[in-house]
Design a protein around this ligand. Structure first.
Ligand code: GLN
Length: 309
């Protein structure tokens, strides 16, 4: 097998040289102002060894990558009852689309599109103050990443709230069907804040380890979920983690993955590695352009696609 550290260093260098970047998200100033020339990668293997390259230690806005963690947390709280509020099918629509909600009585197609993630956040919030729910999410991030320095970027959260008209519409529309339990403001406040968690590739790859090793962090020995749940979360990441680019991501990369408009992607090679990449420029469907290309190169060279070599 090729040497992982060499492959990661090569990929970081190749990405730095490429002329194509994609477009950084422009809906809030904090993302619009990000330097598109940054690229980071961190890969953690079964022994806990980290192979990192480029800007692997620069924190970025994880945005929708947070939806993997809120899904995990909500399943931990209410188990399979969560699936009364959200489906598990790919949407084939944009991440912030409203169209399917009308046909499905306000039940979002999956937990990774915005509507679905808002419904999941609503379940985490149930019966709590927004501040408590947010504290719970952040503590969970500290636990799974084994790192208490992870924080929320309050400036990003304020901008998300100020500009999040579409999310407000999605939440109100779901509320009209009785899908959301809490005041819409509360649920969205928590949602905007967990999207605004800032993490580096190294921290994100650390946080993803439980998904690569049957629900357990192999270094700390901490069990996060049981193996069945880890497998199922990976399945949803594979089918829904890149919105209407999920088919293309499976075709090219062949791993469960979750993207965010901050340009981050968490990808899981079960039993092999937890991987985080970050490049702020996005493709037409809102997934990291170079992030996807880097992951395609990595899985190809390491033979890690779950579909074989
Ligand atoms: N905060 C963003 C939104 O709600 C997250 C979207 C994303 O990362 N795809 O629109």
């Amino acid at each position: 097998m090729p040497d992982l550290k060499t492959v990661v260093a090569e990929i970081a260098e190749e990405m730095r040289k490429r002329p194509d970047r994609g477009q950084v998200a422009s809906y809030i100033p904090e993302l619009a102002g990000i330097d598109p020339d940054q690229f980071g990668i961190a890969v953690i293997d079964a022994n806990g060894e980290v192979a990192a390259g480029g800007d692997a230690d620069v924190p970025f806005s994880i945005q929708s990558v947070s939806k993997v963690f809120t899904l995990t947390l909500a399943l931990g709280k209410i188990g399979d009852r969560l699936w009364r509020h959200v489906g598990r099918e790919p949407s084939g629509s944009a991440f912030n689309s409203i169209v399917q909600l009308e046909y499905e009585q306000g039940i979002p197609r999956n937990p990774f599109i915005n509507a679905g993630a808002i419904a999941v956040t609503d379940q985490i919030l149930a019966g709590h103050e927004p501040r408590e729910a947010l504290g719970e999410i952040l503590r969970f991030m500290h636990f799974i990443a084994d790192d208490t320095s992870i924080t929320i970027d309050e400036k990003v959260a304020a901008s998300e709230r100020r500009t999040g008209f579409r999310n407000v519409a999605l939440a109100n529309y779901m509320k009209s069907f009785g899908v959301l339990q809490n005041p819409v403001d509360y649920t969205l406040g928590v949602y905007f804040h967990h999207c605004s968690i800032a993490m580096s590739c190294r921290q994100l790859a650390m946080a993803g380890r439980f998904l690569a090793w049957r629900g357990k962090n192999p270094t700390t020995g901490h069990s996060v979920v049981n193996p069945e749940r880890a497998r199922r979360i990976n399945a949803i990441m594979l089918t829904c983690g890149h919105y209407d680019g999920s088919g293309e991501f499976a075709y090219r990369v062949g791993l469960p993955g979750k993207s965010g408009v901050g340009g981050g992607i968490l990808a899981i090679a079960p039993g092999m590695a937890s991987i985080a990449v970050w490049a702020p420029g996005l493709d037409a469907v809102g997934n990291s352009h170079l992030g996807r290309i880097a992951l395609e190169a990595l899985t190809k060279r390491m033979g890690w696609s779950i579909f074989g070599e």
